[in-house]
Design a protein around this ligand. Structure first.
Ligand code: SAM
Length: 267
């Protein structure tokens, strides 16, 4: 049988379909999630049910969001999982997760399609208020970026925005051999726990997004030059930001205080 056909389904590359196929890895992820009956679990991209099946054994009900029509139909009619599932045949990047939060704080998990994982996470951060925690399988490089500290190569826009909303905890590394078909990259599981109180809140999120975008688009410029059109050197110094460093050296607290200064001083 072709490597791309798994349980009678031909993996669709455009949907980032790499199905988990290693019972130890699956057990490890489910143990990390620790689903409990009565909790409001939501899976993104359940696929053929590698994670869905063990999770439905532990909970009464599970919402799943799956874009592939064939897989959504398979899950709905599955003899054991089907009755416990509400299958939303939808694009998770446009899905209103707040709609599911009336059943309690969301515990979202998934082995995410790698081709859309970054925009999908940005979409999910906007629902952070409704979320208890999230567990995702991602490309290992993306987990490194989520967990990175200032001054490292992996530190960037995704890091700052993720850490603005969430505590980031890498959980498990996973080799390509755990999937069918095997992806070309290493993978890792990460836990994201939204802060109950934001440690460095901003008055206007669009300024934080803008300083991140501008700062990390020109990583080699100094802070002074990178933000020249927005803020002068004296103000940067007053905010405790060394203008001679690079934006990648700025902490989340510094990005937030710059965003707040801009919100107060620019129309
Ligand atoms: N959870 C399964 C597993 O671990 O074996 C499948 C994981 S596979 C990497 C990604 C899954 O996400 C596929 O089932 C794919 O069809 C689905 N998917 C891809 N893009 C999606 C999107 N935008 N919204 C929802 N599901 C999507």
């Amino acid at each position: 049988m072709s490597d791309k056909v798994h349980q009678g389904h031909r993996a669709r590359k455009r949907f980032g379909q790499n199905f988990l196929n290693d019972p130890y890895v699956i057990d490890g992820i489910v143990a990390a999630i620790n689903p409990l009956s009565g909790e409001n679990l939501v899976e993104i991209g359940p696929g053929l049910g590698a994670l869905t099946e063990p999770v439905t054994e532990q909970v009464d009900h599970l919402n799943v969001v799956e874009l592939d029509r064939d897989l959504a139909a398979r899950l709905r009619s599955h003899p054991f999982m089907g009755p416990k599932l509400t299958v939303h045949e939808a694009d998770a990047m446009a899905f209103d997760f707040a709609e599911l939060a009336n059943q309690g704080p969301l515990r979202i998990f998934g082995n995410l399609p790698y081709n859309v994982s970054t925009p999908l996470m940005f979409h999910l951060f906007s629902f952070a208020d409704h979320v208890q925690d999230m567990h995702f399988m991602l490309q290992k490089e993306v987990v490194k970026r989520l967990a990175a500290g200032p001054g490292t190569k992996a530190y960037g826009r995704l890091t700052v925005m993720a850490q603005y909303y969430c505590k980031v905890v890498p959980v498990l590394e996973v080799p390509p051999s755990a999937f069918k078909p095997a992806p070309k990259v290493d993978s890792a599981v990460v836990r994201l726990v939204p802060h109950k109180t934001l440690p460095h809140p901003v008055t206007n999120l669009s300024w934080l997004e803008r300083v991140c975008r501008e700062g990390f688009n020109q990583r080699r410029k100094t802070i002074r030059n990178g933000f020249k059109s927005l803020v002068d050197v004296d103000t940067l110094t007053e905010l405790g930001i060394d203008p001679s460093l690079r934006p990648e050296n700025m902490t989340l607290a510094q990005f937030s205080s710059l965003a707040n200064w801009l919100d107060a001083n620019h129309s």
